[in-house]
Design a protein around this ligand. Structure first.
Ligand SMILES: Cc1cc2nc3c(=O)[nH]c(=O)nc-3n(C[C@H](O)[C@H](O)[C@H](O)COP(=O)(O)OP(=O)(O)OC[C@H]3O[C@@H](n4cnc5c(N)ncnc54)[C@H](O)[C@@H]3O)c2cc1C
Length: 424
């Protein structure tokens, strides 16, 4: 890197790398704290982002986003769907079903509601395609005055005791006091600092298909999990609605090949077997997702200048919707820590250190929860499979068995001890 050192006053206070949902959230959170933000994104401004991916935005995430940018939570709720019914089926037998009364119409909220009016006003979740969530986050960032530099791929990051130097592909050097690295699973920021990911990755995979709904004759608005679907050779499949369609998530077996299940024509065929022939023509996106759960060995650099958030610091399987939601909580915590460190430099090591400790703890919790969920989804022993079959057989008499089959694919719901922002 070129060797000129600007004085601290010439440095940008904070630079965010990556305009995925997590980086956009970090930028909004910083603007919410009155800090100027430069956001570097490798892609061009007219990029097309793929697929539904993280559909499920939890209430905790909505509350955080509404706190950063009043009204953003409401926008996401108004543009998403809230399915009123959850069902679980074992082979061809329903073992659990619960419906909730529709949410009453919400009164118009003022443009800038008081903090007390925001909390508790949000539903338990909203479901919309990640690409839509990102569109609303980006619009909020633009309104909030985030300085977004598109086509700025970070190639190298170097820390010093009083700042960070960031090099982009066009040779520009950016100097910042702090960097929030939100550049996703292959994070260049993380790799540049030599921070390793620890955990497991399996060659086994699941297939995710987005399907456009038929507005003239839609399926019921319900999330359905089917264990050992009879039309899929005993593979399990989940259907999750989003605004305008639904996502199908197929659990493949260890010796399945992508050609058999993730090829578009094959995916159209099994989609038709699960939800009906007319949907074979309505596939929007087909993707393959490997089973992995990994966490960065540390969430900050040794000099406490760089903070890693979202998939730059952890990767989980999607069950339980822990990926994007925990990334949003990471970003809120990172922005708090950076604002604190800038306001009270004498406290900065504590502020950044607390961020690293608490968010790593949350990630380890989520990692363990995802591992538990995966063990249930992919039972390794005959005994584990028998327990599920027995639970299904007993469910008409013992409703808690049906409830167990309903909840277990998503992992434990509560208990991230010591984190600042709820369970993610
Ligand atoms: C099939 C699938 C289903 C999923 N389902 C769910 C779900 O139901 N619920 C859930 O919570 N999560 C889910 N996830 C995970 C979710 O999509 C991710 O958690 C989320 O995208 C992570 O956001 P991020 O901002 O950390 O990273 P990304 O979305 O990967 O964003 C990173 C950004 O950084 C940019 N970038 C990369 N390198 C550089 C660089 N060198 N310089 C500058 N910019 C760079 C990228 O272009 C990108 O814009 C799913 C993922 C997949 C693939």
């Amino acid at each position: 890197m070129p060797d000129e050192h600007p004085s601290p006053s010439q440095r940008i206070p904070v630079l965010v790398v990556g305009a995925g949902p997590v980086g956009l959230t970090a930028a909004l959170a910083l603007r919410g704290r009155g800090l100027p933000v430069v956001l570097l994104e490798a892609d061009p401004s007219d990029r097309v982002r793929p697929g539904s991916r993280a559909l499920f935005v939890h209430r905790e995430s909505l509350n955080l986003l509404g706190g950063m940018r009043p009204g953003l939570d409401r926008t996401l709720v108004d543009n998403g769907v809230i399915w009123p019914t959850r069902r679980t089926v074992y082979r061809d037998k329903e073992v659990f079903a619960r419906s909730y009364p529709p949410r009453p119409p919400q009164p118009d909220r003022p443009e800038r509601p008081e903090r007390s009016e925001r909390s508790g006003a949000n539903p338990p979740f909203t479901s919309l395609r990640q690409v839509e969530t990102e569109r609303h986050l980006l619009a909020a960032c633009v309104e909030a005055g985030v300085d977004i530099r598109w086509g700025a791929a970070v190639t190298e990051v170097e820390t010093s005791p009083d700042g960070v130097r960031v090099l982009t592909g066009d040779g520009t050097v950016h100097e910042a006091q702090y960097v929030i690295g939100a550049d996703g699973a292959r994070s260049r920021v993380r790799r540049s600092l030599g921070i390793a990911m620890r955990g497991e990755r399996s060659e086994a995979f699941h297939v995710v298909v987005d399907v456009e709904e038929d507005p003239a004759d839609p399926l019921p608005l319900e999330r359905v999990f089917v264990y050992e679907h009879p039309a899929l050779g005993g593979r399990s499949v989940m259907r999750v609605p989003f605004a305008g369609g639904f996502q199908l998530d197929l659990q493949c077996k260890d010796d399945d090949t992508p050609e058999e299940w993730a090829d578009e024509k094959r995916a159209a065929r099994w989609t038709a077997a699960v939800v009906g022939e007319k949907y074979a023509e309505r596939l929007l996106w087909v993707s393959r997702y490997h089973f992995l759960h990994v966490v960065a060995e540390t969430f900050t650099d040794a000099r406490s200048r760089v903070l890693l958030v979202g998939e730059a610091s952890h990767l989980f399987p999607p069950f339980g919707a822990r990926g994007m939601n925990s990334g949003i909580a990471d970003s809120a915590a990172a922005a708090d820590a950076v604002a604190d460190a800038l306001a009270r430099p004498e406290e900065r090591l504590r502020a950044i250190g607390d961020f690293g400790t608490k968010r790593k703890e949350a990630a380890e919790f989520n990692n363990e929860a995802a591992r538990t969920a995966l063990a249930h989804l992919r039972p390794r022993t005959r005994l584990a499979r028998l327990r599920q079959a027995a639970g299904a057989a007993l469910s008409p008499l013992v409703p808690s068995c049906g409830e167990w089959l309903e909840r277990a694919p998503y992992g434990p719901r509560h208990g991230v001890a010591g984190t600042t922002k709820g369970r993610y």
